[in-house]
Ligand binder design. Structure first.
Ligand SMILES: CC(C)(COP(=O)(O)OP(=O)(O)OC[C@H]1O[C@@H](n2cnc3c(N)ncnc32)[C@H](O)[C@@H]1OP(=O)(O)O)[C@@H](O)C(=O)NCCC(=O)NCCS
Length: 171
């Protein structure tokens, strides 16, 4: 498993990023990344609606005053549900996404909130590769999950389980 022991980069090629709460002022940069990446991007109002929920949290990864990644997730009693997760195209493969996942892993507790969960498009091969590389496993398929986009794509449910909660089993 890669680089999840702490939030610091592990190799010189990695970029050290500061991961902090998303604030309103970050929205233009977050929206620029969102629009650049996704075929079906969230609109700004989708972010705002989501972040208004008491259990919904947004974080950004910052490098030299630039937002280079972001993640939106919900806190549930037994899990953290990842809703949106992205790194700017020109900052990829430098450990930014891994540091963001590590930040979430540090929020898990063995007894209670012991897993990270997400749904990902079956066509998002690089996303699936990334989450597999950082310790997630595909556990389920949701048929026609993206109905509203008119794509009849399936989603994979991927889960990262806290090591202690699984008795240290290999992931
Ligand atoms: C998926 C994503 C977040 C990865 O971010 P990243 O900062 O590039 O990831 P890292 O540099 O931490 O990569 C860690 C490891 O994941 C794997 N990985 C990451 N991107 C990969 C890709 N495109 N293809 C294959 N493996 C990949 C590699 O094993 C990599 O380690 P390595 O670079 O030493 O080989 C980024 O590519 C992205 O924003 N994609 C578009 C949005 C998206 O798909 N989000 C997820 C669904 S919401």
């Amino acid at each position: 498993m890669l680089r999840l022991e702490c939030t610091n980069p592990k190799t010189p090629a990695d970029l050290r990023v500061h991961i902090r709460w998303l604030i309103r002022r970050d929205m233009p940069e977050v929206m620029a990344i969102e629009r650049e990446i996704f075929e079906f991007p969230w609109l700004e109002k989708d972010f705002i609606r989501c972040l208004r929920q008491r259990n919904c949290i947004g974080m950004v990864a910052e490098h030299e005053d630039r937002v280079v990644g972001f993640m939106i997730y919900e806190l549930h009693n037994t899990r953290i549900q990842l809703l949106n997760f992205a790194v700017a195209a020109d900052y990829r493969r430098r450990g930014v996404g891994s540091q963001m996942v590590a930040k979430l892993v540090n929020k898990l507790t063995p007894k209670r909130r012991n897993r990270l969960v997400l749904e990902i498009r079956e066509s998002n091969w690089s996303g699936i590769q990334f989450f597999s590389a950082v310790g997630f496993r595909a556990v389920n398929v949701l048929r026609d999950f993206y109905d509203q986009d008119d794509t009849d794509e399936d989603a994979y449910v991927m889960v990262y389980r806290d090591k202690e909660a699984t008795g240290g089993e290999t992931k």
